[in-house]
Write a protein that binds this ligand. Structure first.
Ligand code: FE2
Ligand code: FE2
Length: 194
């Protein structure tokens, strides 16, 4: 089974331009995203405590995202960049959540696919970042992150396949990946991850 499901929409070049204009600002947003990714994995544990087969993977994911948060924060500390006090809502994630269905099983599947899509988008954008950065430390960091998030993208698909038919997962992914593309293109570039 193919676990690395592709995104259908490429990030336009305007995005990286907005990021490179103020990379300190990007780092602040990135740190928040990693912390929220960890919280998302834990929220899955809290919402689905009886899905025992995936609890260990969700805990591992939460720890790995927290580790990413620590690594981004270390870079920020070194550069004297503070965490942001006020965190704007992530329109991208908000809109993706609105695409998720409401039935118990449906919502469970959709949230797993949402997890995969967010990871894949993160991987795609971290790759663009490492390809465009000159700073050796940051380049290496974003290269590693790209690989890590791509792995997470596969992990959420694998979790979905434990509970749902391949056909059902693929059909839903195909629909949600289209929506994800519309959503990502609808959000103006703000120098943030999404
Ligand atoms: Fe991460
Ligand atoms: Fe991740």
């Amino acid at each position: 089974v193919q676990l690395r499901l592709p995104l259908l929409t490429k990030t336009p070049s305007g995005w990286i331009k907005s990021v490179l204009e103020n990379f300190d600002f990007f780092l602040q947003d990135h740190a928040d995203c990693e912390r929220k990714a960890s919280a998302f994995a834990l929220s899955m544990v809290a919402k689905y405590p009886n899905r025992q087969e995936i609890i260990p993977e969700l805990i591992d994911t939460a720890l790995e995202e927290l580790e990413h948060f620590r690594e981004v924060y270390r870079i920020m500390e070194k550069r004297g960049i503070p965490l942001r006090h006020e965190i704007e809502e992530d329109l991208y994630v908000k809109k993706l959540l609105q695409v998720c269905r409401n039935g118990r099983e449906e919502r469970f599947l959709d949230r797993l696919i949402l997890g995969s899509l967010i990871e894949n988008r993160g991987a795609e954008r971290f790759r663009i970042i490492y390809e465009n950065l000159n700073d050796a430390e940051l380049k290496k960091f974003y290269h590693n992150l790209w690989a890590g998030e791509a792995k997470h993208g596969e992990l959420f698909v694998r979790m979905a396949l434990r509970y749902f038919d391949k056909e059902e997962v693929m059909e839903r992914y195909k629909w949600m990946v289209l929506k994800e593309g519309e959503i990502i293109l609808s959000i103006p570039f703000s120098g943030r991850l999404h």
